[in-house]
Design a binder for this molecule. Sequence first.
Ligand SMILES: [Zn+2]
Length: 422
Amino acid sequence: MDATTAAPLAATPLATLLAAPRPASLTDLLAEARAALPDIVAVRRRLHRVPEVGLHLPATQAIVVEELRALGLEPRPGTSTSSVTAVVEGAHPGPTILLRADMDGLPLTEETGLPFASETPGTMHACGHDTHMAMLLGAAGLLVERREQLAGRVLLMFQPGEEGYHGARFMLDEGLLDRPAGEDVNGAFALHISTKYASGTVDYRPGAMLVAADFISLTIRGRGGHASAPHETIDPITVAAEIVLALQSMVTRRVDVFDPAVVTIARIAAGTTNNIIPETAFVEGTIRTASAATRAAVHAGVRRVVEGICAAHGATPELEITAGYPVTLNDDAFTAFAAGVAAEMVGADAVLEMRAPIMGAEDFSYVLQRVPGAMFFVGARPPEEDPATAPQNHSNRVIHHEPALAVGAALYAAVALRHLAG
Ligand SMILES: [Zn+2]
């Protein structure tokens, strides 16, 4: 509402009107993000040229800090990693919403042919985390201009080490949700760009959005000997073969098909030549599950199968199940709220509920274990690409359609504005 033109409000003192948060027009917000797209794209391309892998990303951190300072914000670098946080203070009191962008690249050599391709051979922003930072910086710009509409504050979380390095957990351990601004966080929102979905769409689901990823490492200890006299040995290779197949039976017989799990043995290593039964066989693989209950059940199932089959044949297992990221669990109420905000902004036809979780994993899950919130996808498949063959995230040929960055920047800002509407 515009206070200068609304006749019935003419009698209200101007000071009262200025003090009250006004509801945001999300179509105006999107238009403003589109007008700012050249700046958002410029930052994205700058970041895209200098990808870094892991928890320590000095060049990336420097760009984020510089951009936040240019907005008049006070960036706070992390102590244990290259993370950055900053707070957009609203003009009115209220809770805090956390908006997150991850910062790290992947160990790949880029082959997109783009003029702003990675300048570091062997490293590439192949998962679009450069676009996440640019979108969140774009959102910060939109929010800084709208402090008057914010009853509360926005905590901007830029985190390194999403690609398997538990960067979000380092930030939580540093007190992200404990120190001033963090303690009042009552909602958290993250975006991930994807060429799986058409450019400009918003894609989401309540409940499990991504799954838990854990890792199996198993050494089967038998007794080696001559391949012609297996009865005098304990052959770890036949035991390994039985375990690999029994794990698949375990998944289909013990796991509810509507609460999915994947167990994949991706590597077997044993033996040296054709006439020796080796002492040991080594097996490794991954477990993906979409709920905490199934995760625990599959871990127990893997242990039972491994120990039972080894016992049946007199072999000894050395089994390690390493916990990766937990399930990324979108809060139902927050998800419905954010999907409503997205629909109001881009139209209901462009906001699509996903049929099933993505079987990848994401460390925003650690934040969502502490705060109700959601992660959504922003579609960025270039219109000329065939959905069946468009290079996906983690491909060294993936190209994200940059106009989608305006939708992502506006959506980050819109979710914060509506969450803090007072
Ligand atoms: Zn990613």
